[in-house]
Design a protein around this ligand. Sequence first.
Ligand code: ADP
Ligand code: MG
Length: 236
Amino acid sequence: MRKSFGNHLVLHDISLFVEENEVVCVIGASGSGKSTLMRCINLLEPIDDGQIFLDNQDISDPKINQDKARSQIGVVFQQFNLFPHMTVLDNVTLGLRKVFKVPKEEANQRGIELLEKIGIPEKAHTHPDRLSGGQQQRVAVVRAIATNPKLLLLDEVTSALDPRLVGEVLQLILELKGNNTTILMATHEMGFAKKAADWIVFLHQGQLIAQDRPEIVLSNPSHPALKDFLSSEIKF
Ligand code: ADP
Ligand code: MG
């Protein structure tokens, strides 16, 4: 796919595959195009050229029902994921109730199960601002998977967190991987990417420069821009 904003080409003919049940981590400097890639896949941004297939369906075809396609993709961003005026449980069950028309009782049951999974069922009826940042982000992740999406997009979901809260969110993502969730994830957590990713993709100024196994991309970087990026990531 190709994407530009005005005359600024932001994604140059990106070709990317995410296989079912695999975790693909997208790395790259700020401004390299990671978020734009995710937003295009989720149909939040129109693309200039190319195609996006989800489970063999061309979801970039303007004739398809975009809301329906989007309902098969779970998304979590860096921050501001939960609705502050709704309880934690209502946040988790929102998609089930509104998009998939699951009856409230059944949706709540599924919601409580998900909150049990992340160890905070007792928070179901409180509001998100009573939760720690790590708990809020874990709620956002389980909300995104509540509807069993075919693909989960995670865009720097730990970047806004206090460092001591990052681990609990990454641990949840590892558990999802163990449960056969298909994940495309932009991250600066190199240690996590090395451990969790089946493949790592490196974006540099909107170009996909490397797409390989973690040990090859991280331990044996071939491209100068990748070498520079990796050394800058561990400088501090
Ligand atoms: P990353 O997530 O890797 O930091 P982004 O995808 O956010 O990168 O941004 C890639 C480039 O696209 C940047 O140069 C950014 O300024 C530009 N960009 C992103 N969104 C917009 C937009 N809505 N309008 C214009 N330019 C944008
Ligand atoms: Mg971004």
